[in-house]
Design a protein around this ligand. Structure first.
Ligand code: ADP
Ligand code: ASP
Ligand code: MG
Length: 428
């Protein structure tokens, strides 16, 4: 039986400054009689800034300057919202000291330090929103997601340990709603069994929302965005996109898998498994309906386009001209999995195999190094992967214009091509 808890996830754009936080408080006020678990991301581009700080941590001065800048930006928001209120200032100061300590840590694994630092962005934003709600007489319980979401020890792309996490939700989160209508927690972060902080991968807060939705048997989940809902393409790249009012779980999972950046690809499965509906709604126009994602089957969709950047095509071949056989695939996929690299497209011939991967921080190089004893490799970098669901021929032609097609695949509903821009000389 379902209880009445709803999950609202607010992304970075919805809490980017004092006005935006005020807007979120007003949205929640409209729902003050509902029981809501609020999941919040770091404010604005904070995660990018913290990422930058970790990357330059050896350059102490630069790092400290950037950190001061980030701290000032947050303090200016709290100043606008709460004046010189000491309670919130103390909380924020402690969190920034935590960042400084984490940066000092002597640990050879970069990804470990990254996770100890970067997730603090969410601790800060959730404290600010929590305090804004309390000050607006909307009693809210603050929950540290690291006490709830347990993960493995692969830092930066940690995988959730479901049994333990579900247990924690049952024992530590559900009871809160007997006393309070609202609870707030952080997206993106978790912790290992030894209580070291971990992160679920960039943009992972949507996924956190669905982990909690699953554990709470939520009535529904809403993701609040700066767009009216899920659109037929990224409005930053195309100007003729339209909103999709309804989507099946299947369509949503397919389009996010192919790179529609509006929802994290891991978000749908937990919701589908418990038949929990998802709403993607605009925090700018909260009364509008947005997109409704559910088990209902829709039989007609317009073409939906996703573009993934930073793609690398890795061509792999056996050194002795032997066929690329199943046991080779096992070796290759084991290495890809170890590096948590996702294969977006692949193709094989007799003695070669090509994979298209999202190349985070040049991890394709680590992959090639890991397999170099057995395989010869060649890489083509800085490519784009264009995917069109429910494609129509004229659209394919227009998207191909000015591009060199390196790989193309068509299946029933989807066409995908890996492209690079024409070199200037060939354009004439
Ligand atoms: P937040 O982090 O605040 O939750 P994001 O910036 O990660 O939000 O995601 C929202 C952005 O996703 C939109 O501003 C839009 O540019 C982009 N986007 C990409 N593809 C789509 C799509 N198919 N539908 C809607 N928005 C999309
Ligand atoms: N703050 C994290 C990021 O920017 C997680 C999220 O926003 O979903 O990647
Ligand atoms: Mg985001």
């Amino acid at each position: 039986m379902k209880n009445q808890i709803r999950v609202f996830k607010f992304g970075g754009a919805s809490v980017k400054d004092a006005d935006s936080i005020g807007n979120v408080v007003e949205i929640l006020r409209q729902h003050k009689d509902d029981k809501i678990l609020i999941v919040v991301s770091a404010m604005g581009k904070t995660t990018n800034k913290l990422e930058h700080i970790v990357a330059h941590r050896k350059d102490k001065e630069k790092c400290q300057n950037k950190l001061n800048e980030t701290k000032e930006a947050h303090l200016s928001v709290t100043q606008t919202l709460f004046g010189e209120d000491q309670v919130i200032l103390d909380v924020l100061n402690d969190l920034f000291v935590e960042i400084e300590w984490a940066l000092e840590e002597e640990h050879e694994e970069y990804d470990f330090i990254y996770d100890q630092v970067v997730g603090i962005g969410e601790l800060i934003s959730s404290r600010i929103l929590w305090y804004a709600l309390v000050k607006a007489d909307l009693a809210t319980h603050w929950v540290d997601a690291r006490d709830i979401v347990k993960t493995d020890e692969v830092y930066r792309e940690s995988r959730v340990q479901w049994e333990e996490t579900m247990n924690n939700i049952e024992l530590k989160v559900k009871p809160i709603f007997k006393e309070s209508n609202f609870a707030i927690t952080q997206g993106f972060i978790g912790s290992t069994n030894e209580n070291y902080s971990t992160t679920l991968g960039r943009e992972g807060s949507d996924y956190t929302g669905s982990i909690f939705s699953y554990g709470l048997d939520a009535l529904d989940m809403s993701i609040w965005k700066d767009v009216p809902g899920v659109l037929t393409g990224d409005p930053r790249k195309f100007n003729n996109v339209v909103k999709l009012s309804k989507l099946s779980y299947r369509e949503a999972i397919e389009m996010t898998y192919y790179g529609a950046k509006v929802i994290h690809p891991k978000t749908i499965k937990p919701l589908q498994n418990k038949n929990i509906p998802l709403y993607v709604r605009s925090f700018l126009n909260p009364e509008e309906e947005g997109t409704y994602v559910s088990a209902d089957v829709e039989d007609h969709y317009p073409p939906i386009v996703s573009i993934q950047e930073d793609q690398t095509l890795v061509h792999i071949s056996t050194k002795d001209y032997s066929f690329v056989a199943e046991h080779h695939m096992t070796i290759l996929f084991k290495e890809l999995d170890k590096l948590r690299l996702t294969v977006n497209m692949m193709q094989n011939t007799a003695i070669s195999f090509a994979v298209c991967i999202t190349d985070k921080e040049n991890r394709s190089e680590d992959f090639c190094t890991a397999i170099q004893e057995k395989f010869a490799t060649r890489r083509e970098k800085n490519l784009e992967l264009i995917s069109i669901r429910h494609y129509q021929k004229p659209l394919i032609e227009s998207l191909k214009k000015g591009k060199v097609i390196l790989l193309e695949q068509r299946i029933k509903e989807t066409v995908q091509f890996v492209v690079k821009d024409f070199p200037l000389m060939e354009r004439v």
